[in-house]
Write a protein that binds this ligand. Structure first.
Ligand SMILES: Nc1nc2c(c(=O)[nH]1)N[C@H]1C(S)=C(S)[C@@H](COP(=O)(O)O)O[C@H]1N2
Ligand SMILES: [Mo]
Length: 416
């Protein structure tokens, strides 16, 4: 905290936009990037038949999902992370959405895929994909966050990059059929109070979900960002459970059983439950609390331009609503500034914030703090540990700190 005293440069942060041009270099005489005719201007480029399904520029090859070696005992039951520090806006490109599989990526033939509804219903039903396409559809943008996102940070700062600390999240527009329509078609019996969605992959993953949620806003989704779900996200059909932990969003969805009580299967007992300080475990934590992270600057995205106008940006989300406000500090919490929100604001979706400031070249401690539409404010690590202890690996939504040094390099640190 030694270097976090208030400086003039920090105080005028909100005015930095107008000073933006001062940081731009005057035109350099003899710049070869201007005077030379580049390769790409000397010959014809590829034609319209070269890329029938496009992919990013080769210069963007570093933008990719990454895993952490020591968290990947076997890649078929593991996780990789969204490169949040390389993205902007609020939509995650499909090919960069983090993946979490318990038994690898099932390659499901949509012609052979079936969705069964059974259990406490008047008429057990089986749907093909084309049957499902005949129900009315909706388009909605939601984040999916794994409950284990930021889970390695409970006891101290550990992973060096927002991709690894916060990258178990993606945010896309889903096209799908409200689950309610299909349940109504089968007719849920009065005793039916819970559903058990099941995956068609080798893990046959299941979760108990209250019927109330199923009838509220859950979707049977077959498209993400306009195109078919990617195989790794559950092609051809996945359950969307808005605002609730990612584990409940069953991929390769093949069956929904209706029952009168929760099943207490593996994923909702020994996994995805929070072990508290006193040794008791919390039963079911479904909603993802408000959370935010600064994506730039961050350990994988240092400040490379030296002192002067600097753009700070990040993302925020809440499983309980929208994010009307994010606060940002660059001095470890001595002074907070309201960030500028930009982009659409949807319930249970990612939001984008910016804070432009004039960096004076001295060390910084960057933090962001989300406020959601219920009035809830993202807690500090100390506040969260007071309630939850440090035994859990799930549902860590604490404020994240990045330390910036004089060279603009960033590191994952904790401040108390
Ligand atoms: N059938 C099935 N569904 C699944 C899983 C799985 O392994 N199999 N993993 C779950 C977990 S733990 C999470 S966090 C999310 C991950 O979704 P994603 O791969 O689209 O990121 O899917 C959930 N649905
Ligand atoms: Mo998960």
């Amino acid at each position: 905290m030694a270097n976090s005293t208030t400086r003039r440069g920090l105080l005028k942060g909100g005015l930095a936009v107008s000073a933006g041009l001062a940081g731009t270099k005057a035109m350099a005489a003899g710049d070869p990037a201007i005077t030379e005719v580049q390769d790409w201007a000397q010959s014809l480029g590829e034609g319209v038949d070269a890329r029938p399904y496009g992919s990013p520029s080769g210069f963007e090859a570093h933008v990719k999902r990454r895993n952490v070696e020591w968290l990947t005992a076997d890649p078929v039951s593991s996780v990789n992370f969204t490169p949040l520090h390389e993205l902007d806006g609020i939509i995650t490109p499909n090919g960069l959405c983090f993946e979490r599989h318990h038994a690898g990526i099932a390659e499901v033939d949509p012609g052979l895929h079936r969705l069964m509804i059974n259990g406490l219903v008047d008429t057990p039903l089986v749907f093909t994909m084309s049957d499902l396409m005949r129900f009315p559809r909706e388009n909605r943008v939601y984040f999916l966050e794994c409950a284990a996102n930021t889970g390695m940070e409970w006891r101290g700062a550990q992973l060096n990059g927002c991709q690894f600390t916060h990258g178990m999240i993606h945010n896309v527009m889903y096209t799908g059929v409200p689950l309610r329509y299909v349940l109504e078609e089968a007719g849920v019996k009065t005793a039916g109070k819970w559903i058990l969605p099941e995956g068609a992959d080798a893990s046959a993953m299941t979760r108990s979900i209250p019927l109330e949620k199923a009838l509220d806003d859950c979707l049977l989704a077959f498209k993400m960002n306009g195109e078919a779900l990617r195989p790794e996200q559950g092609y051809p059909l996945r359950l969307v459970v808005p605002g609730w932990e990612g584990n409940m969003w069953v991929k390769w969805l093949r069956r929904i059983e209706v029952g009168d009580q929760p099943w207490h299967h593996r994923e909702e007992t020994s996994k995805y439950t929070d072990l508290l300080a006193d040794g008791q475990a919390r039963r079911f934590t479904w909603e993802m609390d408000a959370k935010s992270v600064i994506t730039n600057p961050s350990p994988q995205a240092p400040i490379l331009h030296g002192p002067g106008p600097t753009v700070l940006t990040g993302v925020a989300w809440s499983g309980r609503g929208s994010i009307p406000r994010v606060d940002v500090t660059i001095d470890g919490g001595m002074n907070w500034h309201q960030a500028r929100m930009s982009g659409p604001s949807f319930d249970k979706s990612m939001h984008r914030f910016y804070y432009e400031f004039d960096w004076d070249g001295s060390p910084l401690l960057l933090q962001s703090r989300a406020h959601d539409s219920t009035g809830y404010v993202q807690p500090t690590k100390t506040q969260l540990r007071e309630v939850r202890g440090v035994n859990s690996i799930y549902h860590n939504n604490a404020i994240q700190t990045w330390a910036i040094d004089e060279k603009g390099r960033a590191e994952n640190v904790e401040v108390s």
